[in-house]
Design a protein around this ligand. Structure first.
Ligand code: HEM
Length: 250
């Protein structure tokens, strides 16, 4: 997996973009009928005509780009939550169904797609026709009328009417796929009987219109140790030398 980098901005993003375009152009030249995304787009008709290259490229970019940084942000958050809350993985191991609500809560608290804007087609009370209106999913997901203690991760939170996947006609097309992937990750991680410990972390910061928001991690290095390992316990005992670090193992 790769993610969009903010530095060095344009050069790197151009390379990624060109790779996507190159793949798409070759794939869209294929006349072989199949059931992959490119093939479906090649066969699709809109108002009786085939899709243009730009339309097909738009769909492909949306599908690939929409499912990239969002998934990376939620996957890293799962590791970070599991490392900071030593009860989380044992609780899911004991009650595997908890993985379902835990994943919803990860998506709510992470809200990797912070905001999307729409262009209003006509005059309304809040905007003139043609103006842009921002839908801030991250803010909605911290609304304390719906989410008591909104800044606290609660794996069993119920109800959890978050809008991390959006809502309405543009509700995330990959939500089912993402949920399956994230639930599987959480369950498999819980089955491993390991404890996690964060070694280093560097937050990923977004800057929109002068507002900075932490969104997942740029880097996250996590130690994974079997529970049976002397360092694998959730409580780090003070060592005889007074340090709180576990002693090196032979
Ligand atoms: C945790 C993972 C994900 C999150 C949090 C997420 C979030 C969202 C959100 C908030 C929207 C609504 C955008 C809007 O209203 O304009 C959206 C749309 C979309 N997502 Fe996701 N997404 C995730 C994973 C994926 C994956 C894995 C894919 C594809 C493989 C994907 C493909 C799309 C597409 C194609 C749309 C546009 C739907 C439309 O406009 O009709 N997403 N996503």
């Amino acid at each position: 997996m790769f993610r969009s980098k903010t530095k060095p901005k344009n050069q790197e993003q151009c390379i990624v973009k060109n790779e996507i375009c190159h793949t798409n152009r070759n794939s869209f030249n294929s006349t072989v009928a199949g059931c992959c995304l490119f093939s479906v787009l090649n066969q699709a008709r809109f108002q009786g005509r085939p899709l243009s290259f730009e339309e097909k490229q738009g769909f492909a970019n949306l599908a690939f780009a929409g499912g990239r940084d969002t998934v990376i942000a939620t996957v890293t958050r799962i590791f970070a939550e599991a490392a900071t809350d030593p009860e989380l993985l044992p609780a899911i191991r004991a009650t595997p169904d908890l993985a379902v609500s835990a994943v919803e809560e990860i998506v709510r608290i992470t809200t990797p797609l912070t905001a999307i804007s729409r262009t209003g087609p006509r005059d309304t009370a809040v905007q003139k026709a043609g103006g842009r209106i921002g839908l801030c999913w991250a803010s909605a997901n911290r609304e304390d009328r719906f989410f008591p203690e909104p800044d606290r991760f609660q794996a069993a939170r119920n109800p959890n009417p978050h809008v991390g996947f959006g809502f309405g006609p543009h509700n995330c097309l990959g939500a089912t796929h993402a949920r399956l992937l994230l639930r599987t990750l959480v369950r498999v991680l819980a089955e491993q009987e390991v404890t996690l410990r964060i070694q280093t972390q560097e937050p990923q910061c977004e800057n929109h219109g002068g507002i900075t928001r932490v969104n997942g991690f740029q880097n996250l290095l996590v130690d994974m140790m079997p529970i049976s390992h002397p360092c694998g316990g959730s409580v780090i005992e003070k060592q005889e030398n007074g340090s709180e670090e576990p002693e090196d193992q032979p």
